[in-house]
Design a protein around this ligand. Sequence first.
Ligand code: SF4
Length: 268
Amino acid sequence: MSDVFHQALAQTLPMLEEIRDGIKPPPRASGKALRKLLKEVSSHGASAPQLVEGSADAESSAVWTWDALEQVIKGCEKCPHLVRSRTQVVFGVGNREADLMFVGEAPGADEDEQGEPFIGRAGQLLTKIIEAMEFSREDIFIANVLKCRPDMPEGESGNRKPRPAEMATCLPWLREQIKLVQPKAIVALGATAAEGLLGETRPMRELRGRWLAFGEVPVMVTYHPAYLLRNQAITEKRKVWEDMLLVLKKLNLPISAKQERYFTQPTK
Ligand code: SF4
């Protein structure tokens, strides 16, 4: 088998074994890749699971369940250097049927330690933004492009930006999460998240305030909350808020006069 095929098999095997053992129902639709993998499982001693015919000839990959996806991502070892340095994989958190997803670049030290994205100071500001939109954090699904904390040189603390190659390696996991959530909109937080998610390298001033897309899902790029912690200018807060107003409009949610005015004048 090729390395690529070996890797695909390793990623899909836990789910296939659950189907084989009757723990999970077989997927409704299975593409050619899945048929090939099932054959491979069978040839390695397992009895072939029964497939439910759907769009069997479609080139779609396996249909993940949340449990299977979480299990596989949490055991992912595609980046050996990050496997060595991470405390744990930060899978993502929130409503798995959310209309809105927030996507950041990677876990920091706090997130790596606690296993949840956006829980440090920037995360607390993100929660305030979410609440200003009249959501609760539990209404949203929050994840990162990179699911493991970027490693730091020996003896150095702090966080580093994920490398494009690291994000490209991990992006298939986020893609599967987006396929399961089926959000009506995604907010990409910061230029690095925009690069990892969309391949966009344009400066933030050219990315924010307009709709881009990940497949068929509309994506609004805005500043990372950490940027707002560094730059407290009301004009910058207003830019982020204007992006969130566009998100609320996209979701067909009402916007109060008070919400329209946020950050247009100094707060008392
Ligand atoms: S960063 Fe993503 S692809 Fe790399 S080991 Fe972690 S979960 Fe796997």
